[in-house]
Design a protein around this ligand. Structure first.
Ligand SMILES: Cc1ncc(COP(=O)(O)O)c(C=O)c1O
Length: 419
């Protein structure tokens, strides 16, 4: 059985959100006696029926191991898996030889750190990251610093949560060899100017590794246009299953890199004395991969393509603007991050005198799911001068009415804690 994908609509028309919502079974859930208002898609998005069905269909009709079987099911499974690679490559406009399946963004970034940066760098070299990075794009570089003796510095932020230009200019020069930067901040929503940063970095011979976890779900991403050397993202934040992620690496770089994990599938010839490596991207996919996950990710990509990434970009931006405006009316509320076009997907805030966990707990009573905490960005929290924030994040299925529910819920928090 196959589940209908949303009919392609004219790119100029806004999203028909109420129609799309019907594709997501979980959005019909009632939580604490209230209809679910899911505003935590930056943590993980919900999944449409077509993704759920693709995973189930894979196990019902195609389950076998990939790249090995000479039998029909083995071929079906391999087609599903390699077909997913083609889908990913088309979706982000990349060479399929550069598309490595990993478990999530975190694993992709660790792969770059250990298989690219660690063998390359040493004392006298420098890695540059930014103060807005998720721990996934920060801790792996601290590891490489400790393993190689290279230096690690951070691009500073402006008051409103953008990259500080003086700091960029000062650090994108020798001895920097690698820039690690997020495309979209998972706290501030800031969209960083990746194409410009890549141009600037490449002029100085600096390799650029981008964390795309919060960008790919919200906007068209064209990797040929951006020019980044490495770009990592998670399937589960873009309507796909958990356990799926992608590392794109420029094939010329991947070709020269040793494997990250070793074992089955990633080899060419093994003797008792030594082993030669498989071609890319298989060299970086040791062991049995998440084949069902890849089938689900394919379905997610087809769903996103049918809706249209340009319209999703507009919807995310409009909802973020609407939320920023609505939240500015809430007494005692401080918002973080820039205002403007270089911002999308989420709003982070604090209510004076109320801990974000209390905010989240009271909102949950109202059926509103948000995230409260440091969002895996402890250094950024220190920069903001807070221990934690509350974050409401959006996806293509969210509506203005849901933002209104959030604002009403915050009124309730204020009534309990502040009035
Ligand atoms: C900007 C950013 N980078 C990396 C990650 C890590 O993603 P994953 O847990 O899928 O590896 C996240 C997850 O929230 C994120 O928001």
């Amino acid at each position: 059985m196959s589940v209908a994908e949303p009919a392609q609509q004219a790119a100029s028309k806004p999203l028909d959100v109420s129609r799309l919502r019907a594709d997501f079974p979980i959005l019909q859930e009632v939580v604490n006696g209230k209809p679910l208002v899911y505003l935590d898609s930056a943590a993980t998005s919900q999944k449409p029926e077509s993704v759920i069905q693709a995973i189930s269909d894979y196990y019902r009709f195609s389950n076998a191991n990939v790249h090995r079987g000479v039998h029909a099911l083995g071929e079906r499974a391999t087609e599903a898996f390699e077909g997913a690679r083609e889908d990913v490559a088309r979706f982000v406009n990349a060479d399929p030889r550069g598309v490595v399946f990993v478990r999530n963004t975190t694993e992709g970034l660790n792969l770059v750190a250990q298989a690219f940066a660690r063998p390359l760098l040493g004392p006298g070299d420098r890695i540059v990251a930014t103060e807005m990075e998720h721990h996934s794009n920060l801790v792996p570089w601290q590891q490489v610093r400790d393993q190689t003796g290279c230096e690690l510095s951070y691009i500073k932020l402006t008051e409103d949560g953008r990259l500080d230009q003086d700091s960029v200019e000062g650090l994108l020069r020798p001895p920097t060899r690698l820039l690690a930067v997020t495309h979209v901040s998972n706290v501030l929503g800031t969209i960083n100017p990746i194409r410009e940063l890549v141009e600037q970095a490449h002029e100085q011979g600096i390799v650029v590794c981008v964390d795309g976890a919060q960008a790919v779900p919200h906007m068209p991403v064209d990797l040929k246009d951006l020019g980044a050397d490495f770009y990592s993202f998670s399937g589960h934040k873009m309507l796909g299953p958990t356990g799926t992620g992608v590392l794109y690496g420029r094939p010329e770089l991947l070709d020269k890199m040793p494997p990250f994990l070793t074992g089955g599938s990633m080899i060419s010839v093994v003797t008792l004395e030594k082993t030669t490596w498989n071609e890319i991207p298989h060299r970086f996919e040791a062991g049995t991969p998440d084949i069902a996950g890849a089938a689900g990710l394919s379905a997610a990509i087809r769903y996103l393509e049918a809706v249209g990434m340009e319209r999703i970009r507009q919807h995310s931006a409009e909802l973020t603007d609407y939320a920023q405006e609505a939240l500015s009316e809430v007494p005692g509320l401080t918002q973080y991050g820039p205002r403007g076009e270089d911002r999308t997907g989420m709003v982070s805030f604090n209510l004076e005198g109320v801990h974000p966990h209390d905010v989240g707990t009271i909102l949950d009573r109202e059926g509103v799911a948000v995230r409260a905490g440091h969002h895996c960005c402890q250094p950024l929290m220190r920069q903001l001068g807070v221990a934690a924030t509350t974050r409401a994040s959006f996806c293509l299925y969210n509506t203005r009415d849901e933002v209104d529910c959030l604002v009403r819920g915050l009124g309730e928090v204020n009534r309990i804690f502040r009035d």
